[in-house]
Design a protein around this ligand. Structure first.
Ligand code: OGA
Ligand code: NI
Length: 340
């Protein structure tokens, strides 16, 4: 299976090959543009030593998780130099020869490093306009040794990302009326899973015919995403697709399926997708932060009551990831498979 990048570069492509043509038309369904309304959370307020500033930020965080499942994070303290370096070296990875990249052509979901294309080529009926590199980076750090500096840059970046997520999860725990380290303890986050996913969306002659990454939800608790200067992410909100144009130097954060399960649906996992563009290669870098892989997660008893019975059955995190990966992405959330 050749990568999209190879396809584009080998053939001076003037139209999309038929096996990439997708029925889900990314342009038809954009009903309006409400980007301005996407919530913004100021990380410096969330960590403020002034209790009233902090509690206001925690309230905003809870509202964003409940009403959108998605927000932009600003004033987070991760340097622009580091962010740029992650994008630059990621691009450098995809610019390696196909032979070098294929050293990481993983077969199995839990391979420490996995290079590939589309979503899961063994189940995808149509192919997606996306190549990827996935690395399990916590509790054990794994990254390719090429290009030079890539692994060190990623290690610094994912450590910073984990610090941000820990802080956000404290705020989220408090916003739910639980103790600050509730999620951390319950999800065994000292050994929590952190999966780095770097997406490469090469330029496409007919972006309206293909999908970069079709509608899906993420499996973990929180996903942290950044991208190069090209947009392409769309999120679903009140039944509409909203294209996201992040503020400069911000992170995009979304709540994942395990946040929805744990909170028994109070905080929803948001459906999103990525579309292709004609102009240039889009790179996005996501880190999915989840429980320790063998943690069995169900709705927290603290958040379930007589008038709010459990809506999801408990499942081991690693089993859930397999469940998601072994089915094609059909626009529905994998949560439907464990709903009671
Ligand atoms: C993902 C994802 C969106 C993007 O990797 O799960 O949703 O904009 N990526 O690349
Ligand atoms: Ni996603």
């Amino acid at each position: 299976m050749s990568s999209v990048k190879e396809l584009v570069e080998s053939k001076c492509l003037s139209s999309v090959p038929s096996n990439y043509i997708c029925l889900e038309n990314p342009e038809d369904s954009i009903l309006n543009y409400e980007t301005d309304n996407i919530p913004t959370i100021d990380f410096s307020q969330l960590t403020s030593s002034n209790p009233s500033v902090r509690s206001k930020a925690i309230k905003q965080l809870g509202d964003a998780c409940r009403d959108w499942g998605f927000f932009m994070l600003i004033n987070h303290g991760v340097s622009e130099i580091l962010r740029d370096e992650v994008i630059r070296t990621s691009q450098g990875f995809f610019d390696l020869t196909e032979k070098e990249k294929m050293e990481h052509a993983g077969r199995n979901l839990f391979d420490p490093i996995r290079y590939g294309t589309s979503f899961n080529v063994t189940v995808d009926k149509t192919l997606f306009w996306r190549d990827y590199l996935k690395c399990h980076v916590h509790p054990h750090f794994n990254a390719p040794s090429k290009p030079p500096g890539f692994s060190q840059t990623l290690e610094e970046y994912i450590t910073k990302g984990r610090e941000l997520v820990e802080e956000l999860l404290e705020g989220i725990s408090l916003s739910l009326g639980l103790e600050e380290n509730f999620i951390h303890k319950r999800m065994n986050l000292d050994l929590g899973s952190q999966l780095l996913v770097i997406n490469c969306y090469p330029p496409c002659p007919n972006p309206e015919l293909v999908m970069g990454l079709p509608a899906h939800t993420d499996h973990g608790l929180l996903t942290l995403l950044m991208q190069n200067e090209l947009g392409g992410l769309q999120i679903q909100h009140n039944g509409k697709w909203i294209p996201v144009h992040p503020l400069p130097n911000s992170f995009l954060i979304n709540t994942g399926d395990h946040m929805e399960i744990l909170t028994n649906g109070k905080y929803k996992s948001v459906v999103h997708r990525a579309v292709a563009n004609t102009k240039a290669t889009r790179i996005s870098v996501g880190t999915a932060h989840g429980p320790k892989l063998d943690t069995i997660v169900g709705p927290a008893p603290e958040l379930v009551g007589d008038d709010n019975t459990a809506s999801y059955r408990a499942i081991k995190y690693s089993d859930y990831i397999e469940l998601q990966q072994n089915h094609e992405l059909d626009g529905k959330s994998c949560l439907d498979r464990i709903r009671i």
